[in-house]
Ligand binder design. Structure first.
Ligand code: GTP
Ligand code: MG
Length: 532
């Protein structure tokens, strides 16, 4: 690329020079004549001094293109070009050799210890020092929340610290031996489930935190506790692997009891199975203490817990395997945006890759934009691939013209935008005796989109055994546990894909009055507009 740009600059000057050269060749004192011209371009001087004379007839017959393609020797520029090419190659190699990247969402019932574990991870990985911990201890004590000091590392705003509850999804970065992680600390409180959905929709793996403390496990796992809802949402949102950490094992009511740990595992496994997790392949359990940092970065101290000899939390995270990422056309749903020397958007790359200087399009409003800078974790990078959580500075659009749920996508194959689609729904949270009919209104959550929607038509019932629609069998209403094919409408155009083409942008949840009513997948798009 650098070489090409250099050629473009030099060639028009070369052409003038060649015409002059042809006319002057007869005088034979070529070098002297050219020097007499006192060309101030170092390029041209160098070229002339190093080029061998070319016979006149040959030059006369050469066409324009051939003339401008004559080799241009410019040692200084060539060296710079070589250095640049080597630098680009090195950057590409560094990119290729970079540790893999995974997004891990921490989910589970309120107060299970998600933020404490997140804070402990940052402490153990040296991102927070003893002095800062002392500062948090004092602040937590002043707020009568002594034991929350570790959670304060993740819970950064005033409201979160005062109440001891996460509200916004916290973000942090850490590395294990083989993997760079983006940690997404979701809130456990039921009022903030929409934020948890946004966190889980960006995740590759989930860390389900369960409190082993007496009474807390029971409340979290009962109906109405967030453990079940979080697991079902995570599965629907594409979180394919779960690490179940049984936390607070140090608590005096538990005291690293194997019986308590086994009882919890035995209750959770059947539930995970019923939520379509393969508990042999896709789930791993381990006991920890997030507050004490036990069985986290180092293996369990046998004096603390003699019966556990398995891997530590970091080892589990390190060895977790996830399916390969999609390298199709570029898609990055925007989860947030802000102003910082231009417009900056945040999101996870769901497919394809992005480079500085790329021309892309923001859908659904079809705004062409240019990529000015890319930030991955804290670093500025030249390019980034699928799965990365990025901040991207763009030009061509003001931040007020962007809404979360918009998708930056490739201009060649933009993401479809629709106001209506057909979907398969599974009803999971209707109140008892309630039914779902055409005309039902709910909040649709699909990737980073949150939009009001209406069910326009129930098309056919789904056989829950085979998961196939029952043909020629109309349906007027459905109850909890049932499946149905239906047509869903939204007021504003949204970016979605068919689940079969692109699961990340084709799976969704419907919620009303703070409860998850149904989960679903998009099976057909009506009147999609994807042309840029
Ligand atoms: P939400 O964000 O509100 O959903 O809560 P959370 O899951 O992030 O819980 P958080 O980390 O705020 O911790 C809640 C309480 O549990 C705090 O008082 C912590 O000190 C305590 N806690 C967390 N982990 C442990 C642990 O390993 N052992 C003990 N004994 N207490 C813990
Ligand atoms: Mg929290």
């Amino acid at each position: 690329m650098v070489v090409k740009a250099h050629m473009k600059l030099v060639c028009p000057v070369m052409l003038n020079f060649k015409l002059f050269w042809i006319s002057q060749l007869l005088i034979l004192n070529l070098e002297a004549e050219i020097r007499a011209l006192q060309l101030d371009s170092a390029d041209l001087k160098d070229n002339v001094q190093e080029s061998a004379p070319v016979p006149v007839e040959q030059q006369a017959t050469e066409d324009h293109d051939q003339e401008i393609l004559l080799p241009v020797h410019n040692p200084a520029k060539e060296k710079a070009a070589q250095e640049n090419a080597a630098k680009e190659e090195a950057e590409e190699e560094a990119e290729a050799n970079k540790k893999r990247h995974l997004n891990a969402v921490f989910i589970g019932h309120v107060d299970a210890g998600k933020s404490t574990i997140g804070g402990q991870i940052l402490f153990l990985s040296g991102q927070v020092d003893d002095r800062q911990i002392q500062k948090y201890e004092k602040e937590a004590k002043d707020k009568s929340r002594e034991s929350w000091y570790m959670a304060y590392i993740m819970d950064t705003n005033e409201e979160e610290r005062a109440k001891g509850k996460t509200v916004e999804v916290g973000r942090a970065h850490f590395e294990t031996e083989s993997t760079r992680f983006t940690l997404l600390d979701a809130p456990g409180h039921k009022s903030y489930v929409p934020n948890m959905i946004s966190g889980a929709s960006q995740a590759d793996i989930g860390v389900l935190v369960i409190s082993a403390r007496k009474g807390e496990f029971e409340t979290g796992f009962e109906k109405g506790g967030q453990t079940r809802e979080h697991v079902q949402l995570a599965k629907t949102l594409g979180v394919c692997k779960l690490v179940v950490v049984v936390n607070k094992m140090d608590d005096p009511t538990v005291n690293w009891s194997k019986e308590r740990y086994d009882a919890i595992e035995q209750k959770i496994v059947p539930f995970l199975k019923s939520s379509a997790y393969n508990t042999k392949k896709d789930v791993i359990f381990l006991p920890i203490s997030g507050l004490m940092g036990v069985n986290m970065d180092k293996r369990m101290d046998r004096n603390v817990c003699p019966w556990y000899s398995g891997p530590s939390f970091f080892e589990v995270l390190d060895s977790i395997e996830v399916p390969p990422r999609d390298n199709g056309p570029f898609r990055m749903p925007i989860i947030d945006k802000f102003k910082d020397m231009g417009t900056v958007v945040m999101g996870k790359v769901e497919s394809g890759s992005i480079k500085e200087g790329d021309s892309l399009i923001i859908m659904p409003n079809k705004e062409p934009v240019k990529v000015v800078a890319i930030y991955c974790d804290e670093d500025k990078v030249k390019r980034a691939g699928p799965g990365e959580n990025l901040r991207v500075r763009i030009t061509g659009i003001e931040d007020e013209d962007i809404l979360s749920g918009f998708v930056i996508s490739s201009t060649v194959k933009p993401v479809p935008a629709v106001t209506e689609f057909v979907a398969q729904l599974q009803i999971i949270g209707l109140p008892e005796k309630a039914v779902l009919t055409a005309g039902y209104k709910a909040i649709l959550h699909i990737h980073a989109v949150v939009e009001e929607c209406e069910i326009m038509e129930l098309i056919s019932q789904i056989d829950m055994e085979t998961r196939e629609p029952i043909k020629n069998k109309g349906v007027r209403f459905v109850k909890n546990g049932a499946g149905v094919v239906c047509r869903i409408q939204v007021t504003n155009s949204i970016c979605v894909e068919k689940f079969s083409d692109f699961p990340q942008l084709g799976r969704f949840t419907l919620r009303t009055e703070g409860k998850t009513v149904a989960v679903g997948k998009v099976t057909a798009l009506s009147g999609a507009s994807s042309s840029a």
